[in-house]
Ligand binder design. Structure first.
Ligand code: C2E
Ligand code: CA
Ligand code: CA
Length: 534
C-alpha cells in the first residue's frame, strides 16, 4: 500500500514538472532572462531525478516511513515549482498587456480610438526615411465649434467619434486615418497616382453626406481638406503639416472640395504688403465706393434700411473685396481713416435718401481698431451734429470677437457712443464666443445671426435649433434680430414664421451702388404696395 502511494505521488510530481516545462519555455522566450534558462535546466534535472527515484522505489520489495516522507516532500516540491511557474507566467502576461495598452494609449486618441498626432509623426518619419512617396491630407470639420457651443461638448464628442468611425469605415484599409486633435484629422496614403487624391477626397465627402443622429439631434457636417505630397512639396514633417494646414484653410475659405498645396498659397503675405501700399493712396484720393445692401422688415415686408459695404474699384474694372483689404487696414491706423470716411459718406447719403423721401436706417461696420480709437466717440458725435441726424438712422455693427478684445475699454467706448444715441448691432453672431456675457454686459440693441447658420436652416435641424434659440434669446433680452445671408424664399418664410424681425441677403438684393439702391427701394415699396392692395 505504502509502495503504491509513494510511487503515485512521485509520478504525479513528475507530471506536474513536465507541465511546468511549457510555461517556463514561454517565459524564457518572452523575458529572455538567463535565470529562466537555469530554471528550465533544473526542472529537466528534477524530472530525471524523479524518474530515477520512482524506478528505485519500484525495484524495492517494501518501503519504510522515511521513503514515504521523501516521496511526499518530492511531490510538494513539484507542486511548488508548478505553482511558481504558473503565477509568474500570469503576472508576466498581465504586465505585457498593460505595457501594450500603454503603448497603444500613447499612440491613439482616447476619444475616437484612432491613431493620434504622435502616431502620425512616427508614420511620416518612417516614409520619409524610406524615401517613400506619400499624400498627406489634412481634414477639418466645418462649423464644428458652433455645434459644440450650441449643443454642448458631450454631443460634440459623440459627433467626433461617429465621424471618426464613418471615415474609418469608408476609407480603404491601406489608407491610414489619424485624429490630430479637436475636429482635425489627417489621412496618409502612399499611392503615387494623380487621380488617387481626388478618389480619397470623394470618399471623404461622400461618407459625410449622411446625417448623424446624436441624442435627439440630426447633425450634418462637412469638411475642408488640404493636400500636400512628399517628396515634391516638402522634405520634413513640420513643413508638410504646415503646407497641409495652409491648403486646408484655403479650402475652407473658398468652400472648395479640397485644395492642393502650392507655393502661391504662401504668397498671401506678399499680396498684403502690396495692398497696404496701395491703400494709403486710395484713402487720400478717396477711391472707395460705398454700396448698400437692403435690410427688409419682415413684419411689413418693406425696406427698413441697408448695410453700407465698402468697395475698392481697380483700374481694370474689378474690385478688391473688403475681406482682403479691411484686414490689412486693421494692421495699421488706416482703418480709422477708412471708418471716418465711411461715416462721413453714409451721413451724406442718408441726407440724400431723405431728400428722395426715403427714411432709412443705415448700418456701418466698425472694426476692432475703431473701438480702440480714443477719438471714436468725438468722431461719432461730430458726424451726428454736423448732419443733425436722427439717432435711429445710424446703426453700428461690431463683431463679437472685436467686442471681446479689450472688454473693459470696449464697454466704456460703447457706452459713451450709445449715450450719444446710437444703437449697436452684434455682427456675425454665433461665430465668436462668450456671446451671452456680451449681451448681458454691453449696450447692444440688435443681433445679426451669421449667414453660416442661416444657409441651411431649411435642411438642418441643428442650424434651425440654433437660429430658433438665438431669436428667443434676443427677444427676451429686448434686442431685435437680423438674419444675414437669406438666399431663397423658403428660408425667408421660415424666418418669418420664427419671428425674426429683419432679413438681409441675395434673395432680396446683393449690395448695390447708391443710385441703384435708391431705385431698388422705390421699386420695392411700390411692388409691396401693389401686393398689399391685391
Ligand atoms: P459682413 O459685415 O458680414 O457683411 C456681409 C457680407 O455678406 C457682405 O460681403 C455681403 O455682400 C455678404 N452677403 C450678404 N448677403 C449675402 C448672401 O445672401 N449670401 C452670401 N454668400 N453673402 C452675402 P462683403 O461686402 O464682401 O463684405 C465682407 C466683409 O467686409 C463684411 O462682412 C465686413 O466684415 C467687412 N466690411 C465691409 N465693409 C466694411 C466697412 O465699411 N468697414 C469695415 N470695418 N468692414 C467692412
Ligand atoms: Ca456687417
Ligand atoms: Ca455679418
Amino acid at each position: 500500500m505504502l509502495h503504491v502511494f509513494a510511487l503515485s505521488i512521485i509520478l504525479l510530481g513528475t507530471i506536474l514538472l513536465l507541465f511546468s516545462l511549457g510555461p517556463v519555455n514561454h517565459i524564457y522566450k518572452t523575458d529572455n532572462n538567463a535565470g529562466w534558462r537555469v530554471l528550465r535546466a533544473l526542472v529537466l534535472f528534477f524530472i530525471a531525478g524523479y524518474l530515477g527515484v520512482s524506478y528505485y522505489f519500484f525495484l524495492q520489495s517494501s518501503l519504510n516511513a522515511a521513503d514515504v516522507m521523501v516521496s511526499t516532500i518530492m511531490f510538494a516540491g513539484a507542486c511548488f515549482v508548478a505553482l511558481v511557474v504558473r503565477f509568474s507566467l500570469s503576472s508576466l502576461n498581465k504586465l505585457e498587456q498593460s505595457a501594450a495598452a500603454e503603448r497603444s494609449n500613447a499612440l491613439h486618441d482616447s476619444l475616437t480610438g484612432l491613431p493620434n498626432r504622435k502616431f502620425l509623426m512616427d508614420c511620416l518619419q518612417e516614409h520619409i526615411d524610406a524615401r517613400r512617396y506619400f499624400n498627406l491630407l489634412i481634414l477639418d470639420l466645418n462649423r464644428f465649434k458652433q455645434i459644440n457651443d450650441a449643443l454642448g461638448h458631450y454631443v460634440g464628442d459623440l459627433l467626433l467619434i461617429r465621424v471618426g468611425q464613418k471615415l474609418k469605415q469608408a476609407l480603404p484599409s491601406d489608407i491610414q486615418l489619424f485624429r490630430l486633435g479637436g475636429d482635425e484629422f489627417a489621412i496618409v496614403s502612399t499611392k503615387d497616382e494623380s487621380a488617387h487624391t481626388r478618389h480619397i477626397v470623394d470618399i471623404i465627402h461622400h461618407s459625410l453626406e449622411t446625417t448623424f443622429e446624436i441624442e435627439d439631434y440630426e447633425l450634418s457636417v462637412s469638411a475642408s481638406i488640404g493636400v500636400t505630397h512628399f517628396p515634391e512639396n516638402g522634405q520634413s514633417i513640420g513643413v508638410l503639416l504646415q503646407q497641409g494646414d495652409l491648403a486646408m484653410y484655403a479650402s475652407k475659405k473658398h468652400s472648395n472640395l479640397y485644395t492642393e498645396y502650392d507655393e502661391s498659397l504662401e504668397s498671401g503675405a506678399a499680396e498684403k504688403v502690396h495692398i497696404a501700399a496701395q491703400l494709403k493712396e486710395a484713402i487720400s484720393l478717396e477711391k472707395f465706393e460705398l454700396w448698400y445692401q437692403p435690410i427688409i422688415d419682415l413684419s411689413t415686408n418693406s425696406i427698413h434700411g441697408a448695410e453700407a459695404l465698402l468697395r475698392w474699384p481697380q483700374a481694370d474694372g474689378s474690385y478688391i473685396a473688403p475681406d482682403k483689404f479691411i484686414k490689412v487696414a486693421e494692421q495699421s491706423a488706416l482703418i480709422n481713416r477708412i471708418t471716418e470716411w465711411v461715416m462721413q459718406r453714409v451721413s451724406e447719403d442718408i441726407e440724400s435718401f431723405s431728400g428722395s423721401g426715403l427714411e432709412l436706417c443705415i448700418h456701418i461696420n466698425l472694426s476692432v481698431k475703431d473701438l480702440q480709437d480714443p477719438m471714436i466717440v468725438s468722431k461719432v458725435r461730430k458726424v451726428l451734429t454736423k448732419h443733425a441726424m436722427k439717432d435711429h438712422k445710424l446703426m453700428l455693427e461690431v463683431t463679437e470677437s472685436a467686442m471681446m478684445t479689450d472688454i473693459a475699454q470696449v464697454k466704456n467706448t460703447m457706452q459713451q457712443i450709445s449715450e450719444a444715441g446710437l444703437v449697436f448691432s452684434i455682427d456675425d453672431f454665433g461665430t465668436g464666443y462668450s456671446s451671452l456675457a456680451l449681451l448681458r454686459d454691453l449696450p447692444v440693441g440688435q443681433i445679426k445671426i451669421d449667414r453660416s447658420f442661416i444657409r441651411n436652416i431649411a435642411n438642418s435641424n441643428a442650424d434651425l435649433a440654433i437660429v430658433k434659440s438665438t431669436i428667443y434669446l434676443a427677444q427676451n433680452l429686448g434686442c431685435n434680430i437680423v438674419a444675414e445671408g437669406v438666399e431663397d424664399a423658403e428660408t425667408a418664410n421660415l424666418l418669418t414664421d420664427l419671428g425674426c424681425d429683419f432679413v438681409q441677403g441675395y434673395y432680396y438684393s446683393k449690395p448695390q451702388r447708391r443710385d441703384d439702391f435708391v431705385y431698388f427701394v422705390q421699386q420695392y415699396d411700390q411692388q409691396s404696395a401693389v401686393l398689399l392692395v391685391k
